[in-house]
Design a protein around this ligand. Sequence first.
Ligand SMILES: Cc1cc2nc3c(=O)[nH]c(=O)nc-3n(C[C@H](O)[C@H](O)[C@H](O)COP(=O)(O)O)c2cc1C
Length: 364
Amino acid sequence: MESTVSALFEPYTLRSLTVPNRVWMPPMCQYSAAPEGPLTGAPTDWHLQHYGARAAGGTGLIIVEATGVSPEGRISPYDLGIWNDAQVTGLRRITDFMKSQGTVAGIQIGHAGRKASTDRPWKGGAPLGPEEHGWAAVAPSAIAFDDRHAVPAELTADGIKEIVGQFADAARRALDAGFEVVELHGAHGYLIAQFLSPHSNKRTDEYGGSYQNRTRFALEVVDAVRAVWPDELPLFFRISATDWLDGQEGWTADETVRFAAELKAHGVDLIDVSTGGNASGVRIPVGPGYQVPFAARVRNEAGVPAAAVGLITETQQAEKIIVDGEADAVLLGRELLRDPSFARHAARELGADVHVPDQYHRSV
Ligand SMILES: Cc1cc2nc3c(=O)[nH]c(=O)nc-3n(C[C@H](O)[C@H](O)[C@H](O)COP(=O)(O)O)c2cc1C
């Protein structure tokens, strides 16, 4: 199903996996799993209809929301998890449905580190204590994210090793659950990003200080996951290309370009390029496509496949990003929350082919 009329609807192949188009959905927490009981962290009806509708709408690849590699690794008690069989069973129902629509099924696995144990955003997002299903957070260094968060416990070397193993276990379970893409959450100030940035990582052992030491944990996770993730399937890494701490100590876009090449050498196939989230109170110049230049640097300076995200909301805007070679794919977050059939609408506008469910054939 090759489209000659639109770059956005050209299929895209990584390793042995072909994604039918370049309109992708980024991970977006739904905060809709049970916080306690045997189905803690397992998908609910909400998840099936939410991901199902975007698959039926023609989205090429859907990356399921940040899913905790352990209970302590969740952002909130209401997050999805991937540490037990009940969760895998529930997730398989979602991947089966996505695949029935021709959508590639991806999942973001992550650990929230010092930003763990918070309430749902629509309840204010405050850090939660043990009486509200909360727990004590861990991090590279004992530095709170902001005034609201508790000071996390500094991870020991054994603690770090344990989490690396949890990422590998999560990737194995993701494969069991039917996923074809795993994305490591290395962005937005969660645990991997906390290690990368000198803003949050003040360690004096081999995991802190120099660039090489700060990137060590991320590369250990990549290696552990790559060792269990099949050679024929792609591995993604979501990065915050900058902490937006201009002039202050923080992770920078130059480091991102350098690190992207190293990630590729370690078996990462595509970088999903976001920004921010590790430092509170910074000013971010938000506007249409504001993070696209960072994806373009990864793609064109480091020579690593990249996806662009952030206020991409229009068909022509998305098409141009691909045509101009700024990214290999675009991820539309909030626009896909507004319009589950964005891909279908975009294909119509561009005169391209896209999957339409048989049940909807009269609406083509
Ligand atoms: C409701 C919601 C939940 C999100 N959850 C996640 C997440 O689980 N993991 C992640 O990396 N980013 C998450 N994000 C960020 C999005 O993936 C995306 O990068 C961001 O919304 C910018 O893209 P947009 O302007 O197209 O919405 C979330 C965003 C929203 C709106």
